[in-house]
Write a protein that binds this ligand. Structure first.
Ligand code: PEP
Ligand code: MN
Length: 346
């Protein structure tokens, strides 16, 4: 339930609503907005009788949120959420944020080469995994902590913000120390204890759609993070498993406008894991920007044939430069821009 206060309602009137909600045994979440303040009621399982609140001074109306997810829904918050991160960057506003880099951090030379290449092409965020959730226990599992230190080094050298994955609650704090955005991967989308812990982080979370998760399941997973008090969640469409093995996954382009309809959270697209094939990444990146994606997550490797993971879908640096150029034109055509690196922004 959402209590919408009148424009100009006083702080005392808002406080009164909060007190009554708490007296009723629920939690109250006051949310000051540009036009008016709303107070969300959480902790209920089912419809709450709002008649006691409706007649309080300063209350304009009571809205019952009809979706199973509450705080992530558009009903709860009409304005799009803009997630601040790194050094003055934002995701979810007019600018489309491109995050790019190799699947895994492999060694110093490799990550620095990739960081320089994506920075030069105009990306603002370096993405690479230090901890890798691999399907086979015999595949490269990532460098772990030394990988995080290399990411930190790449940030210092290029000024790129960092997105990197936490695969469990144990590594989450170490990841959050280095990451500007903490990624929770597809395989962990329903790891509810990890989501809860991520909800208590002071860092934005990039939550990827599960291997065959519905949009409702994705939004409910985001709800876990918001319910713990972290409003800065970025969703990611990365394809879902389908009957057809011709591509690695089935890229669900319609998830982008659908999530924008159902939720105020931003959504980015990952055409690399969605297709699994290098030659399909640029066309799907163009399509995602045209569909309204708030960002892209793209795998790029200076030497993809020698990549320790996901080489087949990793772009060569010159292909990534083409992707940047082409998506810039598409962003402009729909009244957006591709976010520029810090130096260029000044
Ligand atoms: C990744 O981003 O490198 C990754 C492992 O992706 P996903 O969780 O979407 O499979
Ligand atoms: Mn990968």
């Amino acid at each position: 339930m959402l209590v919408v206060m009148r424009h100009g309602a006083t702080a005392d009137q808002v406080q009164r609503v909060v007190a009554i909600i708490e007296e009723m045994g629920y939690e109250a979440r006051p949310m000051p907005g540009k036009q008016r303040t709303s107070v969300g009621l959480v902790g209920n399982d089912g419809r709450v009788d709002g008649s006691r609140i409706a007649s309080l001074p300063g209350v304009q109306e009571i809205l019952h949120v009809t979706k199973p997810y509450k705080q992530v829904s558009r009903e709860w918050k009409g304005e799009a959420t803009v997630v601040p991160f790194g050094d003055g960057l934002r995701l979810g506003a007019q600018e489309v944020v491109v995050m790019a880099g190799p699947c895994s951090v492999e060694n110093e030379h490799q990550i620095l080469a990739a960081a320089r290449a994506v920075h030069e092409a105009g990306a603002t965020v370096l993405r690479a995994g230090a901890y890798k959730p691999r399907t086979s226990p015999y595949s490269f599992q990532g460098l772990g902590e030394p990988g995080l230190r290399l990411l930190d080094r790449a940030r210092r050298e290029t000024g790129l913000a960092i997105v990197t994955e936490a695969i469990d609650a144990e590594s989450l704090d170490a990841v959050a120390e280095v990451a500007d955005i903490v990624q929770i991967g597809a395989r962990n989308m329903q790891n509810f204890s990890l989501l809860r812990k991520a909800g208590r982080l002071g860092k934005p979370v990039l939550l990827k759609r599960g291997l065959s998760a519905t949009i409702q399941e994705l939004l409910l997973s985001a709800e876990y993070i918001l319910a713990e008090g972290n409003p800065h969640v970025i969703l990611c469409e990365r394809g879902v498993r389908s009957y057809d093995s011709a591509t690695r996954n089935m890229f669900d382009l319609s998830a982008i406008p659908l999530v924008h309809q159902l939720s105020h959270l931003p959504i980015i697209a990952d055409p690399s894991h969605a297709t699994g094939q290098r030659d399909m990444v640029i066309p799907m990146a163009r399509a995602a920007v045209a569909a309204g994606a708030d960002g892209l997550l793209v795998e790029v490797h200076a030497n993809p044939d020698h990549a320790l993971s996901d080489g087949a879908q990793s772009l060569f640096p010159r292909q990534f430069a083409t992707l940047m150029e082409e998506t810039r034109s598409i962003a402009r055509a729909i009244g957006r821009e591709i976010a520029e690196p810090a130096v260029a922004r000044r």
